[in-house]
Design a protein around this ligand. Structure first.
Ligand code: NAD
Length: 463
């Protein structure tokens, strides 16, 4: 559907914008299958026709090459759109469930309903992907949406604010740009669901604000995703995966491998393999290699440089705040209570923590709360089983990193401090829908059920 209104988010107060979206929802049009389908198709058209503008925005915000921006932020959204459109009609069918004889005869089913007007708050690290992936779920569910992209990716935020109203139903889908103040204003409004992606601290602010109006929330947060490596697995191969995960988007990925945990005998060979892997990917001077992206801003660059003091730099370490640059870096001799091990790194630094055994690794991993992802490189099925059953994380992936995100039928989300609620594929439809229980009793005799109605005898029997 083309623009229904060219009103820009900037022209109204936050309250007016949310009211406008709610009015669009109240017309009932967003509930129809046709509207949902049109919106998803329009979003697909946007990605086909305007991806160059989005790639330029990603290059400005995160120093990404067009192909990198396309691969990381756009192709995944296109795949999700194809998947959702293919299955939406089937997913929306009412699901019949069994009716016990004592309640029936009748028919019981679960009917998916849109929640209403939802707020999506997105972060800066994949500013297009993390805005559009939840938007797909909300559109599929028939909700009206207010989207707040991150002010720390201003070019991407501006591109979304300009392009979405051009392609989507601009009354039902609003973009509000801005930072803390704009988000705080939005959180003062009443929504039917808030979907937040970002850090734990802001997650708590969002949840506290939602509590005031008893609004349900989905929190997609972060954490320290560990990587167990043992020498049953080829170390050079494991190093390639970890080096790729640690430097994709300069390590600013919520499911990036955060630290490696292994036994001391593995460390020297692993460090050599990591050094070789980084060199293969980015050459001797990653700074001058256009494939090596940048840290989002100077503040985060300084924060990362400070973390280098938490251990011994054995690979990399060169940096330049003005260029938002930090070389792919490996740290050893890292104390468990050092800053690099107590906060999410979110940058190209890889600490290696040593333990004496898998049991000790499991204890260490568990002591840090539940991360968003966990990785392990091992050929041992008993090790895989121990890690799967004795630790917890949003997802667990063996012998690869980050690929779990590309599997459309795997729900994506955290547990504990890494978040609550899941999305992607059918989970996205469910997170933005209400599962309404519907029971229809057939119009037949009530004789059996009346046995349970008063008046009762003292022994609970029917008089
Ligand atoms: P961010 O700074 O962009 O913040 C996210 C959103 O919160 C922004 O829209 C911002 O405007 C808003 N915000 C910031 N401070 C606020 C405040 N005080 N009050 C109200 N709103 C506020 O992003 P970030 O949090 O720095 O992103 C990095 C974090 O996000 C990492 O922890 C990362 O692991 C996590 N993350 C998680 C996922 C996931 O899918 N689980 C994806 C990406 C990033």
């Amino acid at each position: 559907m083309r623009t229904m209104s060219s009103e820009s988010a900037a022209t109204g107060s936050t309250g007016d914008i949310v009211d406008g979206a709610r009015t669009a929802f109240d017309t009932g049009r967003t509930r129809t299958f046709a509207w949902r389908q049109q919106q998803l198709q329009a979003l697909q058209r946007l990605l086909e026709e305007r991806s160059t503008e989005l790639e330029q925005a990603l290059a400005l915000d995160l120093g990404r090459k067009p192909i990198d921006g396309y691969m990381a932020d756009i192709i995944s959204v296109k795949n999700e759109l194809t998947h959702v459109q293919k299955h939406l009609r089937k997913w929306l069918r009412d699901r019949k469930v069994r009716t016990p004889l004592t309640m029936g005869p009748g028919q019981s089913r679960i009917h998916l309903q849109p929640l209403g007007t939802v707020l999506i708050i997105a972060p800066w690290n994949y500013p297009i992907h993390l805005s559009l992936m939840p938007l797909i779920g909300a559109l599929a569910a028939g909700d009206a949406v207010v989207l707040k992209p991150s002010e720390l990716a201003p070019a991407s935020s501006a591109a979304l604010a300009a392009l979405l109203p051009e392609y989507l139903d601009a009354e039902a889908v609003r973009v509000v740009e801005g930072g803390v103040e704009a988000t705080t204003d939005l959180l003062d409004q009443k929504f039917d669901h808030i979907f937040f992606t970002g850090n734990e601290t802001v997650g708590k602010i969002v949840m506290a604000a939602a509590a005031r109006t008893l609004t349900p929330v989905t929190l997609e947060l972060g954490g320290k995703s560990p990587v167990w490596i043992d020498d049953s697995f080829p170390l050079d191969k494991a190093a390639d995966w970890v080096a790729w995960g640690k430097t994709t988007n300069n390590g600013q990925t919520c499911v990036a491998p955060d630290y490696v945990i292994t036994t001391p005998d593995v460390v020297p060979r692993l460090v050599d393999s990591l050094r070789a892997a980084f060199r293969r990917m980015y050459g001797d001077d990653p700074r001058s290699n256009p494939d090596y992206s940048r840290i989002v801003n100077a503040r985060h660059t300084r924060r990362l440089i400070d973390l280098l003091g938490s251990g011994t730099v054995v690979v990399g370490g060169r940096h330049d705040v003005d260029d938002r640059y930090l070389e792919p870096t490996v740290l050893t001799d890292v104390a468990p209570d050092s800053p690099v091990m107590t906060e999410e790194i979110f940058g190209p630094i890889l600490p290696i923590v040593t333990v004496d055994s898998l049991d000790e690794a499991i204890t260490t991993i568990r002591s840090r709360g539940e991360p968003l992802a966990m990785y392990a490189f091992t050929t041992s099925s008993s090790t895989r089983e121990a890690l799967l059953t004795r630790t917890s994380s949003g997802s667990v992936t063996f012998n690869a990193v980050m690929l779990q995100l590309g599997i459309p039928d795997l729900p994506f989300g955290g547990v504990g401090a890494s978040g609550m609620g899941t999305y992607h594929g059918e989970s996205s439809l469910r997170v933005f829908s209400h599962e309404r229980s519907a029971f229809r009793r057939y119009n037949v005799s009530d004789k059996l059920i009346r046995m349970a109605w008063p008046p009762f005898t003292t022994r609970g029997e029917k008089m």
